[in-house]
Write a protein that binds this ligand. Structure first.
Ligand SMILES: [Zn+2]
Length: 319
């Protein structure tokens, strides 16, 4: 069965010591002393996308695939990588490699500061610097931005737009997470899963599982209730068979599903931050060992969908 449904795989390229959950335990000044693991972890994802997108039939083809000399007629898996500026400065070759393999490079800011915790001038600088840094490395225009910890709001969205981006991918409708920002999304015209903020600027939210129902003769009235179904820690926490059903349900009414993950989520051997609060450690370390297997299953089970970049998705809905 082939389908016109699309899957937007997005990867926030940052390392294990840069996450918000460990901010109180690992200072920014010590980042340069931490073990850098993001390159090998990102390569594991890149290799998986190549392998699952174009299935080689022999060892020779597999080696050719690695050298980019083999292409089967199966469509490639294209993903969007929101790269942190700090990582791009440290590993420009990684950025070039992601780009060379046909994926989209987008911005995740420079130093992972939450948008709603920065002054307007600091945020403007962060947005401009991270965009230019990535464009200088690849020579290609950066269209997209994702705020650290989805910390967008109406004012921030305007600043992102003014900085010359073509889309933002920071809105997460799950409202039980303290750090996620709020956006008055209903103010914009919906087009597919995206929202048209202006002629040249869109919002692409992370996909969640939405419920909107009222039980008859009951005071229970659940409206616009959403469960986090877009990836990350929730993808690791929820048993895969249930997660897949949720994605199927999302795709039964939407034309696309937007999923996010971090390279450190496929790295069970990463250093442990013992002094972090227990709840944060739970969120960060839960089921790291099985993430790779789960992504492989997700790519396989939805292989009839088209795996497109956010930039390509915006292009298709604009036509
Ligand atoms: Zn992040």
């Amino acid at each position: 069965m082939t389908t016109n449904k699309k899957i937007l795989i997005t990867i926030d390229v940052e390392d294990w010591f840069q996450v918000e959950n460990f901010k109180s335990s690992i200072s920014y000044d010590s980042w340069h002393r931490q073990e850098l693991r993001v390159e090998r972890n990102t390569h594991r994802l890149l290799d998986l996308f190549d392998e699952m997108g174009r299935t080689p039939q022999s060892t020779t083809q597999y080696n050719q695939l690695k050298q980019q000399t083999y292409s089967a007629n199966k469509p490639a898996i294209r993903a969007t990588f929101f790269v942190l500026g700090w990582i791009a400065r440290k590993c420009p070759d990684l950025v070039r490699e992601i780009h060379r393999r046909g994926h989209e490079i987008a911005s995740h800011g420079v130093d992972h500061h939450l948008c709603n915790a920065q002054s307007v001038s600091d945020l403007r600088k962060d947005l401009n610097d991270s965009k230019k840094l990535l464009e200088d490395i690849t020579g290609d225009e950066v269209y997209g931005y994702r705020a650290p910890s989805f910390s967008v709001n109406d004012g921030v969205l305007k600043i992102i737009q003014d900085a010359g981006y073509r889309y933002d991918a920071s809105y997460n409708s799950f409202d039980r997470h303290g750090r996620y920002g709020k956006l008055n999304i209903s103010a914009f015209k919906q087009s597919g899963i995206a929202y048209q903020v202006s002629d040249h600027f869109h919002e692409i939210p992370v996909s969640n599982l939405d419920f909107d129902f009222k039980i008859q003769n009951s005071k229970l009235n659940i409206q616009n209730f959403s469960l986090p179904w877009g990836g990350g820690g929730y993808f690791r926490l929820i048993p895969y068979a249930i997660f897949r059903q949720g994605v199927q349900r999302i795709l039964s009414s939407a034309d696309a599903y937007s999923f996010y993950l971090h390279p450190w989520e496929v790295d069970p051997e990463q250093p442990k931050v013992k002094e972090a609060p227990a709840a944060f450690k739970f969120r960060h370390y839960i089921n790291l060992a099985s993430t790779m297997k789960k992504i492989r299953r997700l790519l396989k089970d939805f292989k009839d969908c088209r795996f497109v970049t956010c930039r390509a998705y915006i292009d298709t809905i604009q036509r």
